[in-house]
Design a protein around this ligand. Sequence first.
Ligand code: TYD
Ligand code: MG
Length: 461
Amino acid sequence: MCQACGAVFPKWSGRCEACGDWNTLVEEAARKAPKQALAARRGSDRIEIGSLSGSTAPDERRLTGVGEFDRVCGGGLVPGVGILIGGDPGIGKSTLLTEIACRLSYEHRVLYISGEEAADQVRLRARRLGLEGAPLELATATDISDIIATLDTSQAPAAVVIDSIQTMYLPTLDSAPGTVAQVRASAQELLRVAKHRGISLFLVGHVTKEGMIAGPRVLEHMVDTVLYFEGERGHHFRILRAVKNRFGPTDEIGVFEMTGAGLKEVSNPSALFVSERDIEASGTAVFAGMEGTRPLLVEIQALVAPSSLGTPRRAVVGWDSARLSMVLAVLEARCGVSIGFNDIYLNVAGGMRVTEPAADLAVAAALVSAFSDTPLPPHSIVFGEIGLTGEIRPVSQADARCKEAAKLGFGTAFVPSRQRKGLDRNIDRLIELSHVNDLLPYCQGNTRKSKRTGRVQNEHR
Ligand code: TYD
Ligand code: MG
C-alpha cells in the first residue's frame, strides 16, 4: 500500500503508479473479511429510521479556557467530537494540547495519553507551563486495544488527548505502527468509542514533508474537525487554522506566541503584526485582510533591485508566487510600469501566510512603492482584488476591514471604487480606486527620478 496516497498494488515497486511518489510502497497484511459476515447479515435487524425533528441533545459546549482555541473550534468542544491537530515537528502541538488539557481538567475529567514521550517529560512540560497543579490524568500507552478497554466504560473521561495517532497500533493488524492501515484502524476505533461515550477526542497527527497529515487524507475524512498548527521557522507566532469543521466555521484562525513558558494567546494580532513598522520606508503597504470572522492587518514588504541575471529572481514568502507574477504582468501591460527586469522579493511580515485575492492591491502598492522608492501615505491601508485588465474588484467585508484599521490608528484606506457605499463612516479618508493606474500617483511620486537614490525610473523602456 502506498503510504502517501493509499493505493493498493499486488507487488512491490519503487514508485507508486498512482501518485508517482518514490519508496512509498509498504507491505501490509490485507484485512480478511470475517467468515461469519454473511451469516451475521442474514440475521440482521432493520435499521431504525428517524426524522429531522427527532430529539437531539442540546448543543452543550465545553469551554477549554484557551480563548483562541475555543474560537477556532466554533465556541468550545462538542461532546463526541473528533479533532485532528496536524503540524510540523516541534511547532508546539504537544505544548498546545497540554495547555488545553490542563485548563479543561479543572472542569471535566481529562486523560492525556502520550505514545511519544514518557510521563516524566509530560510532567516537566506541564511544570514549564505553570500548570503542574492541574488534575490532569496521565498515561503512556500505544496499544489501542488497551486504550479502548480503558475508555469504553460508563466512567469515560470527558476529553482524551492522543499524542500522536502515528504511534498507536492495533495488535490484531500485522502492519507496523505509523502505516496507513494502522493509523486508519486506530483512529476508527478511537472515534467509534468517542462518539459512543461522548468523549471529545484530540488526535495529534504528524505532517509529511509535503505538508499533509501523514496517513494520507484518510484521517481528515474520518474526524469532525481538522486543525493545522503552523508557523514560520524563526518566528514566535503560531497560527491555529481550521481547515474542516463540522461544528463551526472554517478559515477561523487562532494566534499564539511561543514563549519560554508556553504558548501565549494573542488576542489582538493586528496590533502585533503592524506594530514594528517603519512608516517612512518605501516598499511596504499594510493590507487589511480577513481571517475567518476576524479582520487582520498585515504588512506586505517588497524589494525591487536591479538584476544581474538573465532571468531575474522572484522570491516570495507568505504569498502565492503565481499571484505575484500576475500582479507584475498587470503592472507592466496595463500601467506601463516596467518592473519585470528586476529581482523582486516579497515578504509578508511576521510569518503570516496570506491567501486572499484581496491582497493583490496591497502587493501592487508595495511593489510600485519599492520600485520608485516612494513611501505610501502614512497610516494607510490597502485592499482590493486586481483583475487581468487592471480593474480593481470589490472584496467582501470591507466594513470590518476599515473598522479594524481605524481602531489601530490608520486614517487612510485605498479601497475598490465599486465597494458598497457608507464605508467612509468607518475611516477618515477613503480613496476609491477603479483601476491600478489610479493607485500609481500615490506610490510613484516623481516618476522620472526617485528622491533618495536618484535612480532614473523606467529606464528599460
Ligand atoms: P512541542 O509541543 O514538543 O512540539 P510538537 O509536539 O509539535 O512536536 O514543542 C516543542 C518546541 O516548543 C520546542 O522546540 C521547545 C518549544 N517550547 C518553548 O519554546 N516554550 C515552552 O514553554 C515549551 C513547552 C516548548
Ligand atoms: Mg509532540
